[in-house]
Design a protein around this ligand. Structure first.
Ligand SMILES: *Cc1c(COP(=O)(O)O)cnc(C)c1O
Length: 413
């Protein structure tokens, strides 16, 4: 169903209606439209203002801890090479977003949106969260800038992610458990959209991934693109050339878009996105919207979604709460149809193996989300020649996952 002509550039989207080919757009209630247009204009103004960029860089450096290192994962590289014929086995690098303040890439985007909310004079920030990483990042920046923060979180997730709920409260945020639907992330996002329409004048909605109505997918991508921009520069400094491949996990798709976007027109660079296959795509218990879903409309944009036969949004399943979203950012849907990015999926079991290996070999306990991508690195790297440079986006650290993994491994804390 490729309806889109092949573009001269993969980096020009979205168009003025917010579309990436047939994906994206803004399918919102009329009452929300003025807010969206306001935001679009404010973001365009900010983008053109050097003082906004200067603030992003200054807080990025001194508060978040940027740039994050590009790190040669030597022992993982050697370990995988030992299992392949001589001359085979890619050289593996980690882009270390887990070292950011609050422990993941989420904060890059939140910083941008909070600085934008300040410019717009909005004193009240709302956000949705699943695992709680975006909620924590938002609560953190709100504390830093003295803004009121309200986080919507599915009641099921509030129970599953108690430490992050506590962190948000410590930081001064109000956490509202959402009781509707499946009481998870998609319901939290519905509730946040509802709040936004009813609190038009003073509220800014800080979305946590490259989803939602235009301009969010493009705006969040822009704020996360610092990951790819730094990676390009760092690889040129370390190896004197661009990487041969990039790989990142995908929930909504923001850490992946951030790494990928600056490289989309470097056509020799292979790009891989990894969705969560849960118990396996055939089992029905997964979160692989591209691999196992079809196009539809959710949360204000057209994209690939998990649906049942009647077109109702189906439950996502993943070992990793951060990938447990039944949709995917519209730009990924488009890149999938264009064939520019290859989308794979990793099961819970493969992910746990990668989680263990990374901890033991590199002394880095990764979050379960990037462990999905790492499990595909373990498959792909041995198929590449030894001079192949492969970059994994290590989107977050695993501290938040320790109680869950301990339980799976049958250990008590
Ligand atoms: C939230 C999260 C993800 C998934 O979100 P994307 O928008 O797909 O990046 C991945 N990794 C970590 C560590 C997260 O916290």
């Amino acid at each position: 169903m490729t309806l889109n002509p092949a573009p001269n550039s993969f980096r020009t989207g979205p168009d003025e209606r917010g579309r990436f080919g047939i994906f994206g757009g803004r399918f919102v209630a009329e009452t929300l439209m003025p807010l969206i247009l306001d935001l679009e204009k404010a973001y365009a103004d900010a983008k053109a203002d050097p003082s906004f960029k200067a603030d992003m860089e200054s807080y990025g450096t001194h508060y978040i801890g940027r740039p994050s290192p590009l790190y040669y994962a030597e022992r993982l590289t050697e370990h995988l090479r030992a299992q392949t014929p001589a001359g085979q086995g890619a050289k593996i690098f980690f882009k270390r977003e887990e070292l950011n303040h609050t422990g993941s890439h989420k904060v890059n985007n939140v910083l941008g949106q909070i600085l934008l909310a300040r410019r717009m004079g909005k004193p009240r920030i709302i956000a949705e969260t699943g695992a709680g990483q975006h909620g924590v990042a938002t609560a953190t920046l709100c504390a830093r800038f003295g803004l009121k923060c309200v986080v919507y979180m599915g009641a099921v997730d509030v129970e599953r992610q108690a430490p992050n709920v506590f962190r948000m409260k410590m930081l001064g945020a109000e956490v509202i458990p959402v009781q509707s639907g499946t009481r998870t992330l998609k319901d939290a996002m519905n509730e946040a959209l509802r709040d936004w329409v009813t609190n038009v004048s003073d509220t800014f909605y800080c979305i946590g991934t490259v989803a939602g109505p235009h301009p969010y997918p493009a705006m969040v991508r822009d704020f996360q693109s610092v990951i790819g921009i730094e990676t390009k520069q760092q690889m040129l400094e370390m190896e004197g050339r661009l990487p041969d491949s990039l790989i990142a996990c995908i929930g909504g798709g923001s850490n992946a878009m951030g790494l990928f976007h600056p490289f989309l027109d470097d056509r020799d660079v292979e790009i891989y996105g990894v969705e969560a296959a849960g118990h396996g795509v055939q089992s029905g218990l997964h979160a692989a919207s591209l691999t196992g879903g079809r196009p539809g409309v959710l949360h204000g944009n057209r994209t690939y979604l998990l649906m049942n036969e009647d077109g109702q949004i189906a439950d996502a399943h993943s070992i990793s709460a951060g990938l447990d979203y039944p949709g995917i950012g519209p730009e990924h849907a488009w890149l999938h149809e264009m064939g520019r990015v290859t989308y794979l999926s990793a099961t819970d079991a493969e992910t746990l193996e990668a989680f263990k290996l990374c901890s033991m070999l590199e002394g880095i306990i990764p979050a379960l989300e990037p462990a999905h991508a790492l499990s595909k690195v373990m498959e792909l790297a041995p198929t590449k020649p030894a001079d192949h440079l492969m970059v994994l986006n290590l989107s977050g650290r695993g501290d938040k996952d320790i109680p869950q993994v301990a339980q799976i491994f049958g250990q008590t804390l």
